[in-house]
Design a protein around this ligand. Structure first.
Ligand SMILES: [Zn+2]
Length: 164
């Protein structure tokens, strides 16, 4: 049975269908399948512990802090780049045809850290701390995987009154 589900005010994420996906398919237990199926509907799920409040990813049967049964929490999808790597050489298809590409670790605003590709970016524009948001690559009807798209650069604060 599905776990209780809390969505706050999170909206559905953009979904990009990849009908000709020929890469490996994500596998895992029932929780993993539920996670990937939710992604395919535009919902990025994390786990939150109802006892201690700890949030975690990837999905597990137990809270890694207190061993209670976690609940799903739908993330808004925003976060910032914790670290990244530019993949310039990749010997394995299908990823080789995308090189060079950027693989980033993103700290979601809700806490947990996720890995994904930064889509449609200039390599030299990617930087630690840059704001990104999740978009979903739907590679099968019940399989979605989160990727990242950079937010526009933050507009600088308006200059203060120079006459002080
Ligand atoms: Zn806990």
């Amino acid at each position: 049975m599905s776990q209780p589900h809390r969505s706050a005010d999170a909206e559905l994420l953009e979904i990009i269908d990849i009908p000709d996906w020929d890469g490996p398919l994500p596998t895992g237990d029932a929780l993993a399948r539920e996670y990937f199926a939710a992604c395919a509907e535009g919902r990025l799920l994390l786990q939150e512990c109802p006892r201690c409040g700890h949030r975690q990813h990837y999905p597990r049967a137990l809270c890694t802090r207190c061993a209670a049964t976690p609940q799903w929490l739908q993330a808004r999808g925003g976060g910032e780049i914790y670290s990244f790597s530019v993949v310039r050489q990749m010997g394995t298809r299908p990823f080789s045809r995308n090189a060079p590409y950027v693989l980033a670790l993103v700290d979601l605003d809700e806490g947990p850290r996720l890995l994904g590709t930064v889509l449609e970016c200039e390599l030299d524009e990617v930087e630690i701390g840059r704001r990104v948001h999740a978009v979903i690559h739907r590679i099968a009807p019940d399989l979605g995987i989160p990727q990242w798209r950079m937010d526009p650069p933050a507009t600088p604060e308006p200059a203060g009154d120079p006459a002080t």
